[in-house]
Ligand binder design. Sequence first.
Ligand SMILES: NC(=O)c1ccc[n+]([C@@H]2O[C@H](COP(=O)([O-])OP(=O)(O)OC[C@H]3O[C@@H](n4cnc5c(N)ncnc54)[C@H](O)[C@@H]3O)[C@@H](O)[C@H]2O)c1
Length: 273
Amino acid sequence: MENNQFSLANKCYALSGATGALGGSIATYLVQNGAKVVLLGRSPEKLDKKVEELDTIASGKTSAYVVDLLNEEELRDTKYKIASEIGMIDGLVNLAGGNIPGATLKPDQTIHDIEIDDTRKVVDINLFGTVLPTIILSELMVKQKQGSIVNISSMAAKQTISRVLGYSMAKAGIDIFTKWMANELASKHGDKIRVNAIAPGFFIGNQNRRLLTNEDGSYTERGNDIIKNTPMGRFGDASELNGMVHYLLCDASSFVTGGIFDVDGGFSSFSGV
Ligand SMILES: NC(=O)c1ccc[n+]([C@@H]2O[C@H](COP(=O)([O-])OP(=O)(O)OC[C@H]3O[C@@H](n4cnc5c(N)ncnc54)[C@H](O)[C@@H]3O)[C@@H](O)[C@H]2O)c1
C-alpha cells in the first residue's frame, strides 16, 4: 500500500481568518486536496458564502463556526461544539490578523503621534487572536495526542519595518509564542503535536492594499520600496503560501516543530545592497 506522507485526504483542519485573503485561499487549497475544513470567523454572511463556494469543490467537507477569536468564552464554546459535532481536528491554521489606521504611523508622523489604544488593539488581534485559539483548541489535539498548528508571523517580526509598530510587536510575539508552544506541547504531550509558523513576505491583501497600491493599481512609494528589497522583484500570490502550509500540516514534516519559515521571494535574505 502506498505510504503518502504528503496526503491531506480526510484530515480535518480548523482555520481562523478563513474568509480573509490568505485564509480563504488556503481553505480552498485544503479542500481541493481532499481535506475537511472548519472555518472560524466573525461574519455569518462571509462564512456562509465561503462554505457555499467550498461545497462546489467538494460537497460536505466544510463546517463553519461564528466566533470572535478574542473572546475566550466563545472560543471554549466553539471547542465543545467542534468536539461534539466533528470529533477531532488534525490541525489549526491561525490566519486572523489586521491593522487599524491609528496604529499605522503616517510618513510625516513620529513615534509620539502613535495612537496607543489602536496600537493595543492591533497587538490584541494579531497576537492574542492566535494565542487564545491555539491554547484553547490545542486541548482537542492533546486529547487525541496529535495535531499540527501553523501560525502566521511576518517579515515585520525580525527587523523594523517602518510605520507598523503594533503589528511588528505582535508578530515578534507570535515567533516566541510558536517556539514556546512547540516546546510545551512536544515535551508534555508527545512528539505528534507540533507548532510552527510561516513568515510571509508581501502579498497584496485587504490589510495592506492601500499601503502598497494606488487607486489605479500602480505601486505606492512603499510598494516600490518593498519590490526593490525583494530579490524576486514582485509581490507574492496567495497561492504561493499553500505549499508551506501543506508541508507543515502533513506527516512529511513529522520531526519539524518550533520553526519559523520564510515565504518571501528572498526579502529576508537581502541586505538591500
Ligand atoms: N497579506 C500579506 O502580505 C501578509 C504578510 C504577512 C503576514 N500576513 C498575515 O496573514 C494573516 C492573514 O492576512 P490576510 O491578508 O489574509 O488578512 P485579511 O484581513 O484578508 O484576513 C484576516 C481575517 O481575520 C479576521 N479577523 C480579524 N479579527 C478577528 C477576530 N477577533 N475574530 C475572528 N476573526 C477575525 C478578519 O475578519 C479577516 O477575515 C494575518 O495574520 C496577516 O497579518 C499577511
